[in-house]
Design a protein around this ligand. Structure first.
Ligand code: HQG
Length: 178
């Protein structure tokens, strides 16, 4: 496996299917580094400590967070497994962006942005980042979210370690084409 394949597999394990290698995440999504490596190797991944550190440092979207003591690791965001990242609510900027595919637009404008398979809706600080996120699904469309107004009306926002903003649901009245 090259680094991209390793990183994808690690994202899959830490966000979606820890039990695919017999791993259990703690309630905040952390896995013990030694246990992760041992179980990943037992499942056929060629992964050592140095590989793991390299993947954490080289991840283009900083997908993984190491605990301060270096003993634990988790995905910064993107989970479908039910965990609580334990992030404090934070005041968002006036506007945030969400990239999606044109074919989802009608549904989104009628029911708002939903987390779908993930735990929360993912929002970007910049239009350009959102374009890339949207292009993963098809012809990209970027929506502007009136994040600060949502916050003022009581919606909670969280800022993940890798600069992605998270919220539970964006009702359609806070959305506008960018
Ligand atoms: C759409 C990547 C119809 C939503 C990225 C999106 C991100 C609706 C899709 C992270 C809808 C879900 C997350 C509604 C939302 N009707 N469609 N009401 N509400 N949708 O992949 O935000 O490379 O789960 O617009 O960079 O695309 O994996 O979410 O198109 O940060 O590290 O449903 O994943 O990071 O798709 O991407 P996703 P996302 P990684």
């Amino acid at each position: 496996m090259n680094d991209i394949q390793l990183s994808k597999r690690l994202s899959f394990v830490l966000r979606h299917k820890p039990d695919s290698i017999g791993l259990t995440l703690n309630p905040h999504g952390w896995a013990n580094v030694d246990e992760l490596i041992a179980k990943a190797r037992a499942a056929g991944m060629q992964l050592g400590h140095e590989d793991l550190l390299r993947l954490v440092q080289s991840s283009d979207k900083q997908r993984f967070t190491l605990s301060v003591d270096g003993l634990n690791i988790r995905a910064a965001q993107g989970h479908s497994v039910s965990i609580d990242l334990g992030l404090p609510p934070k005041t968002p900027p006036t506007l945030l962006y969400h990239g999606t595919a044109a074919r989802f637009l009608d549904s989104i404008l009628s029911e708002g942005l939903k987390p779908q398979a993930r735990q929360q809706v993912h929002l970007s600080l910049e239009d350009a980042t959102a374009q890339h996120v949207g292009a993963r699904h098809g012809v990209p469309v970027v929506l502007k979210i009136e994040a600060l107004r949502m916050h003022e009306e009581g919606f909670k926002f969280f800022f993940a370690d890798n600069n992605v903003w998270l919220t539970d649901h964006v009702p359609p009245e806070f959305l506008a084409p960018s």
